[in-house]
Design a binder for this molecule. Structure first.
Ligand code: FAD
Length: 546
């Protein structure tokens, strides 16, 4: 007689639930991952970037105010979606062939606070940081490769590097390496901006560049921008009529906000949040001596996949206020970035040496760093210096005014947010704006009443990590003046957590990988709360390793 097992109804229901959950778990997990990636990053939007728009192009003109990196990216995107694209840029030099060619500037002597030094005599007067060293994230290279399938070959003649970003990092006193790092673009700002200008103009000759300044927005009866007023180089005013979309890419001029507040009397006056980080740094470039890297390898520089020996000592200010970095500027140039929160700025090799010796984690400045200084002595006279002072960092909270803003207005790049440049996020932030714009344009036209609102709602979580992360770190410096409604204590929990994460990263490759992907704008910042990282943090808190 067969044995019958009686399973109680409750147990049967529980078993059924377990089976359903187990079956659905991978789907739920994938869904949650995709949601986070879409919300906090634009990696999934990259897939459609550069593809032809479905259906007709939007009639009318995309009027882009500002022809620097963000404006150029926006123009390239808009050329896929609009009948006509106009870029308005006041800097005369950007309209010359020189601004689309590899940089060839002479130098001039500057009488700094200490001894005189040479600086690059560039012609991009409206972009103060034009000769400052610039770093970029993986996302920028992926963006460039999507838009320009032959990007790597195209940029070969420009001397820029495409190398694996497996940097040698000392972050807030913890050493870290990133074993699964990908390639990034490495090149000075004075090359990157002309590269994109050249590639975009070549690929999309229909984009029109107007030498002028955006001076006004004319509103239609429904509150949308119907025309953009432009003061041309000869002083006359011209109108960009039939404006389908107005894009503010005017950088720190933030002209969009000014023009909107003139046009919209009830625009909230408190959209702009600003604090003073009082951050300074100098970048010192030297020609790459023969056998430079080989000699440094012999002196202990780790061999990385990128083999550029990028070394960076970048503390949060609660740990140290001095930053030191030795990187490659391009194929032929070595660059030091030295500075921090209200510190002195070295302008020659001796001062770099003294500055590096004053950091708190002295052991983290490797011996080969000082050897590099010795190797550069014979070319010291060929060095050039740029001294940077970044006082105010800001964010314009356009998303808060979405109901008052014209439906066909968006802002991106430094026109909507400027962060402490310590992690070099500005140019990639411009690309995030362009990718986000592309994804919104594929779903709706700027004639839709919610176009601008959807754009800002999408854009905000994708860039807020950069704003919050750098701001909270800056608050640890006593010299920082916080936002009016915040104090130096604001963000203490995040600072504490991050420090524990850094300790974990030093020993845990998975945590290092997660952190690196966040840094490169490839993963949502929520990954910092992955169970393995939280477990590491708990362990560090209960049983600190040092
Ligand atoms: C010292 C320093 C170091 C930096 N280092 C890095 C780094 O390592 N990596 C990185 O990615 N970023 C870095 N950044 C930030 C980066 O340079 C900026 O984020 C980037 O230049 C912003 O580009 P943008 O196109 O938004 O604005 P900008 O480059 O400032 O350009 C704005 C453009 O708008 C034009 N304009 C102004 N007013 C008007 C108007 N009314 N009408 C029309 N046009 C107008 C200007 O002429 C200009 O061409 C650094 C910044 C500083 C200050």
């Amino acid at each position: 007689m067969p044995l019958e097992i009686q399973i109680p109804a409750f147990t049967q229901a529980a078993l059924a639930c377990t089976v359903v959950i187990a079956a659905a778990y991978p789907l739920l997990k994938r869904g949650a991952r995709s949601y986070l990636l879409r919300k906090y990053t634009c990696v999934l939007d990259l897939e459609q970037l550069g593809k032809a728009r479905k259906g007709e192009k939007v009639s009318g003109t995309a009027a882009i105010c500002g022809g620097s990196v963000a404006g150029l990216f926006a123009a390239r995107i808009c050329s896929d979606h609009f009948e006509r694209v106009i870029v308005v840029e006041p800097e005369a030099w950007t309209h010359t062939v020189e601004a689309r060619a590899p940089p060839r500037f002479d130098t001039r002597e500057v009488q700094g606070n200490g001894s005189p030094y040479n600086t690059i005599n560039h012609k991009r007067s409206r972009v103060y940081q034009y000769t400052a060293v610039h770093l970029y994230q993986v996302l920028l290279l992926r963006f460039a490769r999507r838009l320009f399938p032959r990007f790597d070959e195209e940029v070969k003649d420009w001397g820029v590097l495409i190398r694996c970003a497996d940097f040698i990092f000392s972050l807030s006193g913890y050493r870290m390496r990133f074993p699964d790092a990908e390639e990034i673009l490495m090149g000075p700002r004075r090359s990157i901006e002309p590269i994109f200008r050249q590639l975009i103009c070549e690929a999309r000759p229909e984009i029109e560049f107007v030498h002028g300044t955006a001076t006004g927005f004319q509103l239609a009866a429904d509150g949308s921008i119907s025309a953009v007023s432009v003061r041309l180089a000869d002083g006359t005013i011209s109108e960009i009529e039939d404006c389908a979309l107005a894009i503010d890419c005017t950088g720190i001029a933030q002209s969009g906000l000014k023009l909107l507040s003139r046009a919209i009397p009830n625009l909230p006056t408190d959209l702009r949040a600003t604090y003073n980080a009082d951050i300074v740094y100098s970048t010192l470039e030297y020609p790459l001596p023969l056998g430079f890297e080989e000699t440094l390898f012999k002196h202990g520089m780790p061999k990385t996949k990128g083999s550029t020996g990028v070394f960076s000592y970048s503390p949060s200010p609660e740990v140290d206020t001095r930053m030191v970095a030795l990187t490659r500027c391009d194929e032929n140039t070595v660059v030091f970035t030295m500075g921090g929160w209200a510190v002195d700025m070295p302008t020659n090799l001796d001062e770099i040496r003294t500055f590096a010796q004053q950091v708190k984690n002295k052991k983290h400045i490797p011996g080969y760093f000082y050897k590099a200084l010795d190797l550069l002595e014979p070319v010291a006279h060929l060095g050039t210096v740029f001294e940077a002072r970044v006082t105010n960092c800001y964010k314009i909270n356009y998303e808060r005014a979405a109901n008052v803003l014209p439906r066909n207005f968006v802002a991106m790049g430094d026109a909507s947010m400027r962060v402490n440049p310590r992690f070099g996020q500005g140019v990639t932030k411009g690309a995030i704006g362009a990718i986000t714009l592309d994804s919104v344009l594929r779903k709706m036209s700027p004639t839709h009443k919610d176009f601008g609102k959807v754009f800002f709602q999408k854009m905000t979580p994708r860039t807020d990590g950069a704003w919050t992360g750098t701001r909270f770190a800056d608050y640890a410096a006593p010299t920082t003046t916080p936002l009016p409604n915040e104090t130096h204590e604001t963000g203490w929990l995040m600072r504490w957590y991050q420090l524990q994460v850094f300790k974990t990263i030093e020993k845990n490759e998975n945590a290092a990988s997660a952190f690196w992907h966040i840094l490169m704008f490839l993963a949502p910042p929520t990954d910092i709360f992955a169970p393995s990282i939280v477990a590491g943090v708990v362990k560090e808190t209960l049983w600190p390793s040092s």
